[in-house]
Design a protein around this ligand. Structure first.
Ligand code: FES
Ligand SMILES: [Fe+2]
Length: 445
């Protein structure tokens, strides 16, 4: 009979038995703590710099449940403002993106400049008698806003370390996988849909190459995907501090060399990895990704909730309470991509994942049922099993510093996510998270 996990707060995830207390998918109190301790502290992806080309251009997003407006101000700085008027709390912006001269609250008319400062209010002299401290009542702001290779991140925590340190080499490599193909253009229109599942189950799944042939069996049957490409035996995992990870198919050095040679001779793609590896053809890209990174065709997750896909998309998994997640799909293509390739990339972006995607409908259904199971009083007391490959693989060191696990289909990425999640949830602040978080593993994992 499965063991029942004790309710001890620090043991939601038990690294010794690789089991997980499934109440983390349903407990409202845990959810509130996640908003505080994870989303309130992390560097959260907001948008791509190119979406804010000039002063006044804005893009709306969320940090946890906090709605934020990213806007380029008059000094060309990117501000990330809380979308809530300090008077009665109404939102000051309702559009998802656009261009504006200021943010005018629709309730009583307080007006905010692009940097969030309060610049006007009806009745300032008559009703407030000329005695109001406008400087003290601007919009709330993110504590820090920083950019890595065009990707704009914000944190609500002034103590958070610099973004590049937070990302570490794994998080940076994850973004480099998109950015190394040159200047990027973000396609207009972020696809958004909601799934009735806990956000962590959506994150868990991006490392999951075990479900593919079963959940997505219909894609196999109609020939959209081939048996060989769905969950290749050669898998690579890279784990980084604070919960970042990359997991999925990996090429051996011989496969990469073979690919470069065949494509260099003008051969047509014939192997499953040819299409996925197309970007690796360019020596500059391979140099940027590094000797180990260049062999990875895996899925990066920038902790907590940003998935970088092989289809040149980013997917944010935004929590909407413990039982619902909003998925935001950004499609990023290299500027000046040949028209036909661009059309194909957009077709794939629309048809693989996203609300109309062939694959995600299968996934969403499973995540919803997993979440539903975590609500049952008896059911949720029984732990979930994360034992695949546990204690059976080794982190291989590389002189470049890009350490990796080279193995078969596994659950290293999921275990790392929950271990790191637990570190975040039990740390009282950033200094304690820096001092006490589990370092990226070495040796046997
Ligand atoms: S709520 Fe915004 S002006 Fe009153
Ligand atoms: Fe899937």
């Amino acid at each position: 009979m499965a063991q029942v996990i004790s309710s001890s707060r620090a043991r939601w995830y038990d690294p010794d038995s690789a089991t997980l207390d499934r109440r983390i998918f349903s407990d409202p109190e845990i959810y509130q703590q996640e908003l505080e301790r994870i989303f309130g502290r992390a560097w959260n992806f907001i948008c791509h710099e190119s979406q804010l080309p000039e002063p006044g251009r804005f893009f709306m997003n969320y940090i946890g449940e906090d709605q934020v407006i990213a806007v380029r101000d008059r000094k060309h700085q990117i501000q990330v403002l809380l979308n809530s008027c300090p008077h009665r709390g109404n939102t000051v912006c309702r559009a998802e993106q656009g261009k504006t001269a200021s943010f005018l609250c629709s309730y009583h008319g307080w007006n905010y400049d692009l940097d969030g400062s309060l610049i006007g209010m009806p009745g300032e002299n008559q009703f407030y008698r000329g005695d109001f401290d406008k400087k003290a009542w601007g919009l709330g702001k993110a504590a820090q806003v920083q950019i890595y290779r065009g990707f704009v991140f914000a944190t609500l925590d002034a103590q958070a370390p610099p973004l590049v340190d937070y990302l570490g080499w794994v998080g940076r490599l994850g973004l480099d996988m998109v950015a190394s193909s040159g200047d990027i253009e973000v396609l207009d229109g972020v696809q958004k849909n909601r799934i009735k599942c806990n956000w962590k189950l959506a994150v868990d799944n991006l490392y999951d190459w075990y479900h593919v042939k079963v959940s997505h069996g219909s894609a196999l049957r109609i020939g959209l995907l081939t048996e060989e490409s769905m969950a290749p035996d050669g898998q690579m995992v890279m784990l980084g501090d604070y919960g970042h990870g990359i997991g999925g198919p990996g090429l051996s050095q011989a496969q990469l060399n073979d690919f470069v040679e065949r494509m260099g001779n003008g051969e047509e793609p014939s192997k499953w990895y040819d299409l996925q590896a197309a970007r690796r053809l360019d020596q500059r890209t391979r140099d940027e990704l590094g000797p180990v990174g260049a062999r990875s065709l895996g899925h990066p997750n920038i902790f907590p909730n940003l998935w970088v896909t092989l289809t040149r998309q980013l997917c944010l998994r935004i929590p909407r309470g413990p039982f619902e997640t909003e998925l935001w799909w950004f499609t990023l293509l290299p500027e000046g991509m040949p028209e036909e390739e661009r059309r194909m990339a957009i077709f794939i972006a629309n048809h693989m994942f996203g609300p109309a995607g062939f694959l995600e409908q299968d996934d969403g259904e499973n995540w919803s049922h997993s979440t539903r199971g975590a609500m049952g009083n008896a059911t949720r007391k029984r732990p979930l099993n994360y034992q695949m490959g546990h204690g059976q693989d080794t982190v291989v060191g590389d002189p470049s510093g890009q350490n990796s696990i080279e193995t078969v289909v596994n659950e290293h990425g999921q275990r790392w996510t929950y271990q790191s999640w637990q570190d975040w949830m039990t740390a009282d602040d950033w200094p304690s998270l820096i001092a006490n978080h589990t370092p990226a593993p070495t040796g046997v994992v």
